[in-house]
Design a protein around this ligand. Structure first.
Ligand SMILES: Cc1ncc(COP(=O)(O)O)c(C=O)c1O
Length: 435
């Protein structure tokens, strides 16, 4: 499409937008706020707002303990199956529970203990730091260092290989990744859409390559669920994890989900044996016996207010469908790339995301050496909310269900004003706790 920098052009795109009416399903508290952070925390859907009230007033308030037999107990698998529809997973493989980090711990540990003779774990420097920390913690647990005082287990200790970038921190080095996967590889674990540049890994190809060497594959879908179509079953992925508070709009701290392919579920042992993962929890047996299937990866009681609120928040996404969401997202990020090059480049901005939309999720990074201060000026003076990721990335997230093209235009216009008026110079380089 031939884009233009005029506001009329953005209004024209809005008039042709088939998803435009979905904005009405969200609570837009301040219409002048340009919210470009749905890739960190989605906007509140009205369905979730109403449900949260109903849960508190009716379910908790009146049903009390009876709620557990009225749909609370099954909620992790019921809501998991709904998310399964968005990620190409048949029923019985997705469970909502705990956090992304905890689910990674459970699944990665079980993948490694299933293959005790393979010691290589492959990830990359593009992965979310918590994922890297969890892997380091697992390695420390399974293969303690000699000076840990816990006694090294000798030969064949686990090693974590981190694949680097091929270019300016936008694209991982795929050739390096492919050659690192060998017969000693137990697990390949990557973020499907990477959190800074928005690069999308080719799930099918990497999964096939890993399987050809006998390795298992675990995908972190936090930035891809709800923003791009995903086919876990078709790709024959082994494991996945992801969060629900970004593009699924589940609310701050809403539970994460995990996926375990049914082909391997019963071969795996969770490293945390809790009563929700027990075969018959209400027998109150004194000894643990794993539940059938993925259920064994549950641990303990889940926060129901949050979980059921998130269930209602899924409605707009399920209704719109991932193909329509992706179509609008590509047009929107292409437009944002165009505006970056044609409006912002002269102020020293460069694109920190792939130029090719087939390799890009629903956010882009624009880079500037004063990125942190520009981001603060946008939030504090211009009523624009992006976020900042060190060292120099301002991330602009485009959630297709509630962002309009004229808001994208307006957001870029306000960034331009910050640059022209040098408003960022009023802010210290010292960062606030949350960026
Ligand atoms: C890609 C990715 N993985 C993992 C996490 C950590 O999630 P949690 O805080 O639920 O453990 C995040 C958080 O933003 C993330 O973006």
């Amino acid at each position: 499409m031939d884009f233009s920098t005029s506001k009329d052009f953005a209004l024209q795109l809005d008039s042709e937008d088939k998803l435009a009416s979905f904005r009405d399903l969200f609570l837009i508290h301040d219409p002048s706020l340009i919210y470009l952070d749905g890739n960190s925390l989605g906007v509140l859907p009205k369905s979730a707002q109403a449900k949260a009230r109903e849960i508190v007033d009716e379910q908790w308030g009146k049903d009390l303990i009876r709620g557990w037999n009225k749909g609370w107990w099954e909620a992790p698998s019921r809501v998991g199956d709904k998310i399964g529809k968005l990620i190409g997973a048949d029923a019985g493989q997705v469970l909502v529970n705990d956090t992304v980090s905890l689910n990674l711990f459970k699944l990665a540990t079980s993948a490694l203990t299933l293959q005790p003779n393979k010691k290589r774990i492959i990830t990359d420097t593009f992965n979310f730091p918590s994922d890297l920390y969890i892997l380091q913690g697992i390695k420390n647990l399974l293969s303690p260092s000699p000076d840990s005082g816990r006694g090294a287990r000798g030969e064949g200790k686990h090693e974590i290989i981190r694949i680097g970038a091929s270019d300016n921190d936008i694209t991982p080095n795929i050739a390096e990744l492919e050659s690192a996967i060998n017969e000693n590889t137990a697990l390949v674990t990557l973020s499907h859409v990477v959190f800074k540049s928005g690069y999308i890994y080719d799930m099918q190809r990497i999964t096939e390559l890993a399987h050809a060497k006998g390795a298992l594959v675990l995908w972190d879908l936090s930035h891809s669920v709800g923003s791009i179509p995903i086919e876990l079953d078709k790709c024959n992925a082994d494991f996945a994890i992801g969060c629900t508070y970004k593009y699924l709009n589940g609310g701050p701290g809403a539970q994460a989900f995990l996926y375990v392919n049914k082909k391997i579920q019963n071969k795996l042992s969770s490293p945390i044996w809790g009563w929700w993962g027990q075969k018959n929890p209400f027998d109150f047996s004194l000894d643990y016996e794993p539940a059938d299937g993925a259920q064994r990866f549950l641990v303990g009681t889940q926060p129901m207010i949050s979980l059921l609120t998130m269930e209602a928040a899924l409605e707009p996404t399920l209704q719109a469908g991932m193909d329509a969401i992706r179509q609008k997202s590509i047009l929107m990020t292409d437009y944002a790339v165009y505006l970056t090059e044609n409006v912002l480049a002269k102020y020293g901005f460069t694109l920190g995301s792939p130029i090719d939309s087939s390799q890009r999720g629903s956010h882009i990074s624009i880079r500037h050496e004063d990125g942190y201060r520009i981001n603060r000026a946008l939030i504090e003076e211009m009523n624009v909310i992006p976020d900042f990721r060190a060292p120099d990335n301002i991330r602009l997230g485009f959630a297709p269900l509630y962002i309009s093209f004229s808001e994208v235009w307006e957001g870029f216009d306000r960034i331009k004003r910050v640059m022209e008026e040098k408003r960022y110079e009023n802010y210290p380089k010292q960062k606030l706790a949350v960026t």
